[in-house]
Design a protein. Structure first.
Length: 92
């Protein structure tokens, strides 16, 4: 138990809620923002608002399916320059 934890959830209860990290961590926030941006781009392409090559669509779908902690870390690096979390996702 850590007395310096931000809340009991990441302190004394961290073992009980560890499985929720996939959905409620900063990594999860970044991951789902990326998924939303990808789905938005694919929708715009489907509706003919922009053109995406088959290769680009494949790459986006693979990124969505295989998003990793390393990808989230890359976005955090971009955020150091942009000072904006959503803009960093867009640049990524």
């Amino acid at each position: 138990m850590s007395l310096t934890a931000i809340s009991p959830i990441d302190g004394r209860y961290s073992k009980q809620v560890q499985s929720l990290q996939e959905y409620f961590s900063e990594y999860a926030l970044i991951k789902y923002r990326v998924i939303i941006e990808i789905e938005y781009l694919l929708l715009l392409a489907d509706k003919k608002f922009l053109k995406l090559s088959a290769g680009a669509k494949k790459h986006l779908r693979e990124l969505k399916e295989n998003f990793s902690v390393a990808n989230a870390e890359a976005i955090k690096e971009i955020e150091k320059t942009t000072n904006h979390d959503v803009k960093a996702v867009e640049y990524f």
